[in-house]
Ligand binder design. Structure first.
Ligand code: NDP
Ligand SMILES: Nc1nc(O)c(N)c(N[C@@H]2O[C@H](COP(=O)(O)O)[C@@H](O)[C@H]2O)n1
Length: 224
């Protein structure tokens, strides 16, 4: 499974405000770049925190670019959601693109059922929390999803980095300061302590008054 993470953050490294409300950090050119990344992916992935905060639809992508890179159909939507908290009427569940909800065994049966009735495919991996390596393997084996673009948020991205599942990371750094010790950042979770995820900078580009940084992930960090 190839995993690309793309996030937009403020100049001080925040994904949104301390209220965890969706914040437009990208401008039109960056959103167009994101639409091309979505077009190249088999699926767009978010954590349930982003679903509950933003109610994203994840259906927009650059159709011309998708044809250009030789992919057919539309990118699927994937939510990492251990307890099946995704509302069945969430935008990410409605619409024509397929939706996969990655849950754990802790997800109540009635919530899983409601998601399936709303049209989502529920995948179970892990006891209390989604076991990401297993869930991604299942997605690849059962849904033919082998190339994903993760859009956040910080809790999910940290877990993916800690599990050494991220190949590439793209960060758009926008021209604003958000501040706030409790505002989400690109990698929240427990955090690494001494041994950090290591990156290699592959490129940088001015865009929308900010900059896009393209990183390759060279090695995982440890949380011990
Ligand atoms: N600027 C940007 O580019 C973006 C900004 N955002 C912003 O980020 C914020 C949301 O981020 P955040 O709160 O971090 O939420 P996330 O979207 O990262 O979702 C986190 C939730 O995912 C679930 N989850 C399931 N499995 C795992 C796992 N193995 N590891 C970690 N999490 C898992 C957890 O809930 P459970 O335990 O119930 O499963 C967890 O609380 C919002 O404010 C949103 O606006 C979001 C995306 C992009
Ligand atoms: N690239 C980018 N720039 C920003 O400024 C953002 N706030 C985000 N947020 C992400 O975009 C999702 C919205 O998706 P839809 O437009 O509903 O398809 C949102 O949920 C975040 O994942 N991204």
């Amino acid at each position: 499974m190839y995993v690309l993470v793309n996030v937009a953050m403020s100049a001080d490294g925040k994904l949104s405000t301390r209220r965890r409300e969706q914040l437009g950090i990208s401008g039109d050119a960056d959103f167009a770049r994101v639409d091309r990344l979505r077009a190249e992916a088999d699926a767009v992935v978010v954590g349930v925190g982003t679903v509950l905060a933003d109610d994203p639809s994840l259906v927009r992508f650059d159709r011309e670019h998708r044809a250009h890179v030789g992919k057919s159909g539309v990118p699927a939507r994937v939510v990492a959601d251990s307890r099946a908290r995704t509302p069945p009427d969430a935008e990410v569940v409605t619409g024509d693109a397929p939706t996969y909800v990655l849950t754990s065994e802790a997800a109540p049966a009635d919530r899983r059922k409601a998601l399936v009735e709303a049209g989502a495919v529920v995948i179970t991996a892990g006891e209390e929390r989604v076991d990401l390596p297993t869930a991604l393997d299942t997605l690849e084996a059962e849904a033919d999803v082998s190339d994903v673009m993760v859009e956040g948020g910080g809790e999910l991205v940290f877990s993916l980095l800690a599990a050494d599942l991220v190949d590439d990371l793209t960060t758009f750094v926008g021209p604003l300061v958000v501040g706030g010790r409790d505002a989400p950042t690109p990698a929240d979770g427990e955090g690494f302590v001494e041994d950090f995820a290591r990156l290699h900078l592959d490129g940088a580009e001015y865009l929308d008054g900010g900059v896009v940084l393209q990183w390759t992930v060279e090695g995982r960090g440890t949380t011990e």
